[in-house]
Design a protein. Structure first.
Length: 304
């Protein structure tokens, strides 16, 4: 059973929350943090699988995404300032709501792509151990010099075009090389080897849109923040971390960026796995059930 509702955040912006709660005797909770230019409904297969294993699942559409973005009437736009951290604070507020309703259950964060960047920021801002574990999927590393150059470029563009205008140039600059190792049937083949999945993504009106110039500024600023040593030092070392990537994922620099990120984190319990012949969306690959089962086994290990 799926249910949904709107939650008013602390700044009164309504955020769309989806719940998969077809569970008679829940033993854990997963909060999914989706990626860029997509929405939470795309995680239905994964969430349904977790429900079958007695795990409740929650996930929201971020600001500027999915139904939340539609209600804002501005896709690809977080807010007028501090957008990255504002989206992360939404996640923290949602976690609090989930825990108030289910105080006895352990909760796990699973962040994909941009959602993994949000999740990494969440860990630096929420120093208490309020979650039982974190899974980071398709996360990456970018040199600070590149991120600072990106922010400077967005500022220059914003002098000519509005901050809320679609970031055509920044979008092309960011994703232009992602298809260099794929068959290039579409501009989104880097997402998955499942061509039907890619076609569905392209047809989905809530996917693949071009975010605003301000979005790219917020994203670069946020990634720069999460990579700073003083921020990483704030993370609770006792929180177990699981890093997952496809071998052919350009966002993780084909696994190398994932290795770089994993080395940054001084967790007492961290694991890394790279899946051969999988691309960016390992939860939407032909052999996604392997990934589902690996995540389940890891969660089971944390709660037994």
């Amino acid at each position: 059973m799926q249910t949904s509702k709107w939650l008013a955040m602390s700044d009164q912006i309504p955020v769309y929350l989806r719940m998969w709660n077809q569970v008679k005797s829940p033993r854990a909770i997963v909060q999914i943090v989706h990626g860029m230019a997509e929405h939470i409904e795309r995680y239905d297969d994964f969430a349904t699988f977790l429900n079958s294993q007695n795990i409740l699942v929650y996930g929201n559409d971020h600001r500027g995404h999915g139904r939340t973005g539609e209600k804002q009437n501005k896709m690809g736009y977080f807010c007028h300032e501090d957008g990255f951290d504002r989206a992360v604070r939404d996640l923290m507020e949602i976690t609090e709501c989930i825990q108030q309703k289910n105080p006895a259950l352990p909760i796990f964060l699973i962040g994909h792509s941009m959602g993994s960047f949000f999740t990494r920021r969440y860990l630096t801002l929420h120093k208490e151990r309020n979650v039982s574990g974190v899974v980071l999927i398709g996360t990456g590393y970018q040199p600070s010099s590149i991120l600072k150059a990106g922010k400077a470029l967005v500022k220059s563009i914003s002098r000519i075009k509005e901050k809320t205008a679609p970031g055509q140039f920044m979008n092309k600059l960011t994703f232009n090389q992602y298809n260099k190792r794929t068959e290039k049937e579409t501009e989104f083949d880097w997402l998955s080897t499942d061509r039907e999945l890619v076609r569905e993504y392209i047809k989905d009106p809530l996917c693949g849109f071009i975010p605003t110039n301000q979005f790219f500024y917020d994203l670069y600023e946020g990634i720069d923040k999460i990579q700073q040593k003083r921020a990483i030092a704030q993370i609770n070392k006792q929180i177990p971390l699981l890093f997952l990537s496809g071998e052919d994922d350009p966002v993780t620099n084909y696994g190398e960026g994932m290795n770089s990120v994993a080395r940054l984190y001084p967790s007492d319990d961290k694991e890394l796995k790279i899946y051969p012949k999988m691309r960016h969306e390992i939860l939407n690959e032909h052999e996604k059930e392997i990934v589902f089962r690996d995540i389940l086994n890891w969660i089971n290990k944390q709660i037994t």
